[in-house]
Write a protein of this length. Sequence first.
Length: 765
Amino acid sequence: MATTKTAKSTNTKKNENAGKTLVIVESPAKSKTISKILGPNYIIQASMGHVRDLASKGLGFDIENDFKPTFEIIPEKKKVVTELNKIAKTVDRIYLASDPDREGEAIAWHVKECLKFPDDKIFRIVFNEITPHAIKDAVANYHQIDMLKVEAQKTRQILDKLVGFKISPILWEKMKNYKLSAGRVQSVALKMICEREDEIEAFIPKEYWTIEAILNRKNAQFSAELSRIIKNDKDEKLELNNIDEVNKVLDELKGAKYIVSKITQRDTSKKPQPPFITSTLQREASSKLGYGVSKTMQIAQKLYEGIDLGDGSVGLITYMRTDSTRISNDATDAAKDFILNNYGNDYYPTTPNIYNKKKQNTQDAHEAIRPSYIDKTPDSIKKYLTSEQYKLYKLIWDRFMASQMTNAKIKNLTVDISANQYIFKMGFSKVVFDGFTKIYCDEEDLKAQKFPTLETGDELTLSKLNPEQHFTQPPSRYSEASLVKQLEEYGIGRPSTYAPIITKIQQRNYVEKLQTKALKPTPLGRAICKQLVEHFVDIMDYKFTAQMESSLDDIAEDKQNSVKFLKDFWTPFSKTLDEASKNMKRVDVETDKICPNCGKKMVVKLSRFGKQFLACSGYPECKTALPMNNGEAQTEIPKDEPTDKKCEKCGGDMVIKTGPYGKYYQCLNEKCKKRFSILESSGVACPKCAEVGRNGELVKRRSRFGTFFWGCSKYPDCNFTLYAEPNGEKCPECGSLLVKKYLKRGNKIACSNKNCKYSKDMDEE
């Protein structure tokens, strides 16, 4: 009967969905927005992004067989794939609606490969914004998956895995740290940050001076700066490098008359900036809102996928991973109408502003980042947005609208003031017509000054001369935003990769973000960079990395063969790997900690159990070692802690000492000196000892491979072990000990007996 009911239920559902189309998107938020637009004849289902990846065993591709990849369904996505196939049985056709870039194309292909559905009924739809017009237009113009884009994305994936999985093991071996990794683009980004730090450390500040004159005329006060000197009838720039030169100038200015010698007036216009692309949005959100790169993209993703504005979910901006400043004709027309209706004819240019001059390495002909609906002004929907969403949406809306407006007109005034042979200079500017700055302006646009009433020959009264000492400053450390700008200028990475690159080098502890939001390389990051630069010259070369990006673009445009590209890369790279494996020397990671015994710098070492500690760089002359807890080092040598414990071997007194691997007991008897670790007790009696009348208990131990397990305190007399923490209870089904298991799908209390399947949720305790 149960089988009959299930069959009937399936048939009923199939009948209900007959003639319908399944649209597969990447996220529930996007699903909700598109569902509202397309209506009941379309079933919208989220695949949650990637459903397949390279096989976890080995590299996932066969180098000897033209780098042929093997893909497998990601374990946690098997349920999603099953659900998609279940729905697919009930519909007539399927549209794959992942993001409009190469990664989105690859996601669509992977989903297609997982579906048990006729290939001639699966299609690709692409849209740059989630609006009724864009979605319906995409559905009307469905097409096949672009396999060239898929091939380019697969090639990138193989290339990145080749670099990461081949270099990382060499670093593990040479630096004795199994948490290290090297990535094709992340390593180049790390190099940029390390090189900037080298520049800062090598920088030698130079002294220079300025002299400011405070001048008056008819109750108006002005400030002018010493700029030039007349020498032998030649006008030369004046540089003051020390106090002696300053004093000489001050002496020569005593009693001087300050005469207006030249007035120059110039009219200029300031053009609006183009609408945002990914990198410029990240930079502007950083400077104006203080948002990091990842945070900016997370907020933008939500604005793109849809926000509930009271009557359903609405996509507010176009796709936010783009390097094109192109604007659609519809958006240009909508902006024109809004500007004319709200600001007047003077604020709209004679011809529309065009910014889409294709630059080198532009990946796809996407649009710039702009609002999907011009009439949804930031303030009109503010109540539906979080504070962060409102600020970013306003930034995008304002920048786009300003990009379509007229230039700002500015009048500039420059005044030269002669004093003996010296010339002081004053500059003024005022906005004659605000143009685009009515909506969007930088700080410098606001600093308009009132023009003074001066004429050539006017004499000004000197109130005071202010000499001031300065020193040249080293280059600034990169921020996340300025690093993105540098990567973009070099042609390294693409819009979708900037945020993951910067996140990864921080997560790996190669780079730290200071309170000023500047990025500073850690000692570990600098040590890795040094190794990579020395032994992997091509991989760390900016031009070489940029050329590989261009080659991936060529593959997507059918200008280059994927297999040939990979072979051309692998042949020299494999030789470089062999040489690095032989020649790379072990490098200790130097820290800023000072040895408390000899004053030399401490270095990070890794024990044979995989635990980090600090050791003196003067070893073996100085054998000082200090423990590290959660990456933080002790600042002084820990003192011995007295105990009432007696040595089991000789009966002598024992103390607690702290070594590089943590605390341990040691006998004070010079002839004995027995030591043993302080073990964390579980409070659970050993079941094997209990059977023979011993009082052993389960304590936490570390294996020679650095992993933890729970073993009997009476070892070696008892060798009972568990690889999960016991909770003290016994299994109600078989009587074995229950243990705590922390799993991705939820924390469990399970039986330690492999043959027993008993388990319960941990929160049931």
